[in-house]
Design a protein around this ligand. Structure first.
Ligand code: ADP
Length: 551
């Protein structure tokens, strides 16, 4: 017997309809890509665009008409190369709302990779921010499936690039009708497509459904997760071109939170200016972004007045970073763990009631973990033979996940990545009985010394707690006796003095002696990938013939 309740599909268009109807006057504020010269009428103050959910919905309906008029049908892919901004937000709803697939392309990739991805997805249209006009000019001829290239600006700012079928976003919207009824279709239909960064081999497409996207957004707003409400002002620094800004472009309209989009201004000064001007209460980004913001705050002596907490994930969050924000600025960093294949949320760092009894230091020891399982994602760790390992917080193993917003198969790849219905994350870590996850490494970054594993994340976190260290990465390099030994690669804070011997001594008493890195290399900058993560494969390549002292 079936239940007798309404069967209304979970669809992305319902979010913008809800936000319009019940939070219609809530603002969406964006730093414009065009800069201070932008002039769109009453809403522009020095390159800041300001409108409401109601306005966004009206323009998303116009966009839906435009996209359909350009020959896009149900299931077709429409690409974006764009920063976090109001036009990108409109595209999120205009594209998915008609049942087409919004394909957010990472503009930080090499143009050749962008072209590869666009061709693999067979995108029909490409919407791009002005910053990426040179990329479009490079790839247009290589992407035959794209029927039109739409510059996200007004007539006055159109780029002078040689591209066939170049359209102007504001022009096409201007002439379109704002009357559009969002179609109703199967909630399992594809809604958005995001390619993994593909550090090995070609990027792989993760195809989210309307259902998975909505369930993920609902889970993310819970009190023990982002804790997002209609009283919040949220600034997602995490890009809308990477895993849908961790779902914030969906969760904010769900609760009616005010949204602030930073556009291309991701440096400390620009971000902090928006924090203050818009009185932001919640923000989200990867550790490298928060390191940059911290440096700016320290140098400028400024203090955010409204920001109370931020979500940080994408790579391990250095405990020293969490401490600095909390002690010096009263801002709590919550660590989240997940991946593109997981929409991305898997675990979130929040304490339980029983932890009230712990000392601040004991609580901190829990908060620096990757977080605990949220309903909707199940986790387990296994050994090399696939046998499940105990959830004792001690034994580490390969981490597998399953859930309603976890990948089942990659776009246009036949072979399923699943193992007995579970997705292998490629991460190695421990799980404790409360579901707290501690990642020790990505399996490919683990350092195997004399048959034992050394956690590069632990060594990096310790190095980062040294006052003279700005950034640190640890890789395994060849050692004739131990197979591999850790090499610490460090970027010093400007104007500080530090020697390799001092740094190695700094580890004394903090870890097992045999974990101590064999050597230290100081460099000017670590290689960062398109999503702001340290590219350890590049470091390993660079140091592949490195001769450790005594080796
Ligand atoms: P890609 O795999 O394309 O680089 P993802 O954003 O999907 O990009 O990366 C997911 C991976 O990032 C995870 O498998 C994990 O290794 C790492 N990661 C994400 N969040 C954390 C975190 N809080 N701590 C440690 N590692 C993390």
């Amino acid at each position: 017997m079936l239940g007798q309740m309404m069967d209304i599909p979970l669809s992305i268009s319902t979010l913008i309809v809800h936000a319009d109807r019940y939070h219609g006057d809530t603002e969406i504020v964006s730093r414009m890509v065009e800069g201070p010269s932008a002039d769109n009428g009453r809403d522009i103050v020095k390159g800041i665009h300001r409108y409401t959910y109601r306005d966004a919905h009206r323009r998303a309906r116009k966009l839906a008409n435009v996209i359909r008029a350009n020959g896009v049908e149900f299931g077709d892919r429409v690409a974006t190369l764009a920063w976090n901004g109001y036009r990108h937000f409109e595209l999120y709803y205009g594209i998915s709302g008609i049942g087409a697939v919004m394909h957010t392309v990472n503009p930080r990739l090499h143009p050749e990779q962008v072209a590869w991805i666009v061709n693999h997805a067979e995108d029909k249209l490409m919407f791009f921010d002005l910053t990426f006009a040179p990329v479009v000019e490079k790839i247009a001829a290589l992407c035959p499936t794209v029927k039109a290239w739409i510059a996200m600006c007004d007539r006055k700012h159109m780029p002078s690039i040689k591209v066939d079928n170049l359209l102007c976003y504001e022009d096409v919207l201007e002439s379109a009708s704002d009357s559009f009824d969002w179609p109703v279709f199967d909630e399992r239909s594809a809604a958005c497509l995001c390619y993994t960064s593909g550090t090995t081999g070609n990027p792989k497409g993760v195809l989210y459904s309307h259902r998975s996207t909505l369930l993920h957004a609902m889970a993310s707003i819970q009190p023990d997760v982002f804790g997002m409400s209609g009283r919040e002002t949220v600034l997602p620094i995490v890009p809308m071109f990477h895993v849908n800004a961790w779902g914030i472009a969906y969760s904010a309209p769900m609760v009616g939170a005010k949204l602030v989009f930073p556009g291309p201004g991701l440096d400390g000064a620009s971000v902090c200016e928006l924090f203050e001007q818009e009185q932001v209460t919640l923000s989200a980004g990867v550790p490298t972004v928060w390191l940059g913001v911290l440096q700016y705050l320290q140098q400028s002596g400024k203090k955010p007045t409204s920001l109370k907490r931020m979500v940080c994930g994408g790579s391990a969050v250095p405990p020293a970073l969490m401490r600095s924000y909390e002690q010096d600025y009263g801002i709590k960093i919550h660590q989240a763990w997940g991946m593109t294949e997981m929409s991305p949320l898997g675990t979130y760092g929040s304490l339980k009631k029983k932890h009230d009894a712990l000392s601040p230091e004991e609580q901190f020891a829990i908060e620096v973990k990757q977080g605990r399982a949220i309903y909707g994602v199940d986790l387990k760790i296994v050994d090399g033979e696939g046998n499940e390992l105990p959830r004792d917080g001690k034994v580490s193993g390969d981490l597998l996940v399953r859930g309603q917003w976890i990948i089942d198969s990659y776009f246009r790849l036949e072979k399923s990545p699943l193992v007995d219905g579970w997705f292998p994350t490629g991460d190695v870590g421990t799980l404790d009985p409360d579901g707290y996850l501690q990642i020790t490494d990505r399996s490919k970054d683990v350092i195997k010394s004399g048959g034992e594993w050394i956690s590069s994340i632990d060594l990096e976190n310790l190095a980062m707690s040294h006052p003279a260290v700005a950034m640190a990465a640890v890789i395994g390099v060849y050692h004739p006796k131990w197979d591999e030994r850790p090499l610490l690669v460090v970027v010093k804070k400007p104007g500080t003095e530090l020697t390799a011997a001092e740094l190695i001594k700094f580890y004394d008493g903090k870890i097992a002696k045999w974990w101590t890195p064999d050597d230290v290399q100081f460099i000017d900058a670590l290689p960062l990938g398109a999503t702001g993560k340290v590219q350890k494969n590049k470091l390993r390549e660079h140091y592949k013939d490195y001769k450790l002292p005594g080796a």
